[in-house]
Design a protein around this ligand. Structure first.
Ligand code: GLP
Length: 239
């Protein structure tokens, strides 16, 4: 893992945007893996600014989001589809038919998981996967204990994740109990991975990521087995 330590969140967002923009410029039909959560919002703002100022085009870019809550309509303000439209898609020239997010309202969720995996393959796999990290080390919604060989699947969210994400909902009861997420194996097949770690709340997770541990009880630790991972963090650490 290559670790880039920056002074603050703004710098983290700019460094991350530089990597995404380079990918898009070098391969105008690249397949990007996108993440939600508060961490990548600054990155998305940078991409929107760059698109407006420099005209970087996403016309042929295809995106796959990592995850979605089960049971939320895309029109629900806390759905990840809504999030992506609001924070990125509505502000760049990407074609809506090239943006993919698992459907959390599919009638047959098992089939939906298979369909999503097939689609990723059909589009040639992920060139650059953007990741955030949960306080418990989850990536996407792959909670601790998820098999490193997992593919897109349904997962029951841990109470700690529901609690962490309840800040976006009006009450804890409204936070969905399940999510659909691409699997760890799926993430590991991405050609390049960019992990963003921001804020003191992620300190423990970051320390664990820097340790020698590679174990399913800490999902992000799998990234140490990938040959092209860049971590950008605004957490001060000694290396
Ligand atoms: C969410 C998402 C993850 C995200 C993580 C951290 O639950 N499913 O993809 O990386 O939690 O979110 P945040 O960036 O808001 O801390």
């Amino acid at each position: 893992m290559k670790i880039i330590n920056v002074g603050n969140y703004q710098e983290l967002s700019e460094r991350a945007a530089k990597i995404v923009i380079e990918t898009v410029q070098n391969k105008p039909n690249a397949v990007l893996g996108l993440a939600t959560g508060s961490t990548p919002i600054g990155l998305y703002n940078e991409l929107i600014d760059d698109h407006a100022k420099n005209g970087t085009s996403y016309r042929k870019i295809c995106t796959f989001n990592l995850d979605e809550y089960v049971g939320l309509e895309g029109s629900h303000p806390q759905s990840y589809l809504y999030f992506m439209r609001q924070h990125l898609f509505n502000h760049i020239d990407i074609s809506p038919e090239n943006t993919f997010i698992p459907n959390g309202k599919a009638e047959d969720m098992m089939k939906e998981c298979e369909r999503y995996e097939e689609l990723i393959k059909e589009k040639g796999g992920i060139d650059l996967q953007i990741l955030g990290i949960g306080q418990n080390g989850h990536i996407g919604f792959n909670e601790p204990g998820t098999s490193f060989s997992s593919r897109t699947h349904i997962i029951q969210l841990t109470e700690s994740t529901r609690k962490a994400n309840s800040r976006f909902f009006s009450s804890m009861d409204e936070v969905p109990t399940h999510a659909v997420t691409v699997g760890i194996q799926t993430i590991m097949e991405s050609r390049k991975i960019l992990l963003l770690v921001s804020g003191q709340a992620k300190m423990e997770a970051f320390k664990r990521l820097l340790s020698d541990e590679i174990d399913e009880s800490f999902p992000a630790s799998v990234l140490k087995l990938h040959n092209d991972v860049t971590v950008i963090t605004d957490i001060a650490f000694d290396n």
